[in-house]
Design a protein around this ligand. Sequence first.
Ligand code: FE
Ligand code: FE
Length: 170
Amino acid sequence: METQTLRDLMVEHLQDLYSAETQIIKALPKMEKAAHNTELKDGFRMHLAQTQEQAQRLEQIAKALGFSPNGKKCKGMEGLLAEGEEIMKEDGNLDVLDAGLIAAAQKVEHYEISAYGTAIAMAKQLGEKDYLSLLKQSLTEEEMTDKKLSQVAESTINVKAASHQASCET
Ligand code: FE
Ligand code: FE
């Protein structure tokens, strides 16, 4: 594919994002299963429903702009999810493993926040106002998910994981 215009580049970014979202849809049920903390499990389940909607929004945008959402593999997300798989395979203290799972999930969210931010900036520059709100909606959901993960880590899981550390040292 030739990348001559900013629109070409935006299409590539949207295809990459669609690949990222579809990979996350496959990964989230595994993350839900691997999580031990109920709040974390619920969070992953909730974000799966949101992620399915986000993929649908990208399909909608692709249709409106006349391109296929498929055609690109998001290697960045493939790598981040492979790292997430590593922590899921590990044995150890359940709270510490949950903290690791949150860290992996937040890397995923940050990737998405960055990618949606870029897509929004390109869409704005190109005067594509029709689907700007769809992209912004997805960006807001990713930001909220990231905040919620921080909150679960800081209020509960990191605290418990750290208390395990104290009991290991004594
Ligand atoms: Fe997403
Ligand atoms: Fe997300």
